[in-house]
Design a protein around this ligand. Sequence first.
Ligand code: COA
Length: 270
Amino acid sequence: MESPFKAEILKGKVGLITGGRSGIGFEISTQFGKHGASVAIMGRRKQVLQAAVSALQSLGIHAVGFEGDVRKQEDAKRVIEPTFKHFGQIDILVNAAAGNFLVNAEDLSPNGFRTVMDIDSVGTFTMCHEALGYLRKGGHGRISTSGGPILNISATLHYTASWYQIHVSAAKAAIDSITRSLALEWGTDYNILVNGMAPGPIADTPGLSKLAPDEIKIQAREQLPSFHIGDKWDIAMAAVYLVSDAGKYVNGTTLVVDGGNWLYRPCRLP
Ligand code: COA
């Protein structure tokens, strides 16, 4: 699909995207690149990371990949420093790395709970914390786009409650809170805009294939008239909006991009 944004809207920017090798993270990397940015992607597995970098490069995007686990502070440093060395700047951080699996609370071990909290919540904070020195450029005071921005990928699971997702719901709730706290502190101190995005079910992503097998999707479509699966493109366009000058007055919000799915309730009135 063609982008509604000008091709140079992110020209000259450098984006670092965790979890950028697949799914939503890869599409965000691709669209950042197509809109003029250079991108560094961070992932745990060297081989798949390299394949993603090659795919980006084949589109003419200046892309590099660095191996690392967002759970480890030393890995965060090991990715952020060479990204800065390679490009001479880091302008945008996207935290898209996430862990997920379906399990009922009774069968989830505390370590399983902690693992997802570590990847999603602690990982997001660690990356923000380690990247701050590179992202801050602006002066104190009025919000502008001179520092940052940061985009944290969240979800809508915790707005109510979601079956078999106690760990992920808790982790995403923490991410939303981190987004608001950093927006307040770093928005004020460094003109860094910190926002989140909560995607709905998105086609062709590891998340959807893992969490909603085909038979569940067919069932959902039959039972929920409003059930609508989005495209990775929808998420990437919202990301371009939030990190570009188009979003320069948006700070501390988590944008729900789900076609209204999370609002759905059966109508009880005739
Ligand atoms: N059900 C229940 N518990 C699970 C689980 C599952 N499907 N997968 C992992 N765990 C538990 C493990 O049992 C372990 O707890 P224990 O030590 O008490 O037994 C704990 O989580 C850590 O598991 P481990 O496999 O050692 O962790 P890991 O670091 O190798 O990988 C994940 C953990 C979450 C990254 C991995 O399981 C995963 O899901 N990766 C895919 C990421 C993904 O889906 N991304 C898309 C997000 S939408």
